[in-house]
Design a protein around this ligand. Sequence first.
Ligand SMILES: [Zn+2]
Length: 488
Amino acid sequence: MRTLIQGGWVVGYQHGHHALLRDGVVVYEGGRILHVGPTFAGQVDRTVDAAGKLVVPGFVNLHSVANIDIQTLTLDCSEIGFAASRASAVEGGDPIELSGERLRASARFSLLQTLKAGSTTIVESTTMAPSRFEVSRQEVPALVEAAQELGARLYVSHKFRAGKRYLDADGAWKIHWDVAAGRAGLAYGKEIVRRYEGAQQDRIRTMLFPYQFDTCTPELLAEVKAAGRELNTAIHMHTSQTLAEFHECLNRTGRTPVQLLEQIGFLDQQTILTHLLYTTLHPASGFPVQDDSDLRIVADHGTTVVHCPVVYARRDRILDSFARYRSRGVNVVLGTDTYPQDMIEEMRWASLGCKWQDRDASHGSAAEVFNAATLDGARALNRDDIGRLAPGAKADIVIIDFTRQHIGPVDDPIKTLVYVANGTDVETVIVDGRVVIEQGRAPGINETTLVAEAAAAHLWQAEQFVKHHPSGKSTQTLFPSSYPRVPQ
Ligand SMILES: [Zn+2]
């Protein structure tokens, strides 16, 4: 079936960059885009009227915590409070891990939320229970099943590490190391790649995911890289998320995390470093502020950095800065991390955070953050068939309703998108030529039931967390509420 979408504004891809086509059209057939331009002379089977609306390529979301997690409980807590909340609850046990129906609800809920706000390609990164060396082996199958039902384009990976943090009886931070457990996780991660790569008409792709730089030994990471080369698969990893992680690496090895990764041959175009907040260029690093050597290394190897501004702004920090990383040649892309899984909000925060950080209103422009959410995200995945509306590309298309009252007059649709709109303005989402969100809802999904199931899973997890926390503290102490609760 051949479908024509009559914009509004269409963000088409021409001559190597996006262009704004006023009253443009997009035509797709099956899973591919046939034509993008001012008009279309051929026959079509169906026409979608998107007058007054914005038609864009689906967003490429490089880091989405695709499960119910408890980060929202830690809002307004200091870093200490946040870190303590993540402490290993019970050595060896896994009291807060979701399984069975709760896990299924978690996967469906999270993927649906991410899709509804316009992400069509999602690199999932579920949270690991603090007491585990690997994420539950039920996780990836649950996500693949949810992607099948909802129609998302999903990159899955099995998370593993060789160390896990915990608070000992004296309240000191320790890492419990078990390299064999890390290796077992890697072996299963490779199995996941072999099992799922290319599944669901190639909407499912895979990666390797050593979970955190600081809980993987250099030897394990070298083995991961070798496995990545053997399988020709990308690797993503949380890296340099805290100043403590940065300095701990420097003290232990004499190298920054980036320098160490370069030394073991980990960095190339198939490597995606998530967050990378602390480098030699960061003012708090102790290096002279003009030392951009870490970023030069990252750029020289063609390695990508994933920026998730909302989650870190909530924790009092932001990439320093989006524009400075880009100016050193780093491919900076965007991810939603946790709730509300809204790529439009991430674009807005990437832009505003950058302007604030650099004290320059011209930095972090709407065009730059939109590129990060589309073309640059595709580049991170070594793909030229997503993140753009062009003949031959995947029919991954999003329609955003600009006729709503809060949007106001539209001078430049990309600026309106980035500075005014949000994920609830997404009206239609098409993945691989299939309409997966229509009028803001997923056809055939009972959202009321799903939201209730997700809330129940979240509540169960939060209760388990408090019950098993080594401090023995109450919910109110661990996660203080904004105002007194009545009744308590
Ligand atoms: Zn993350």
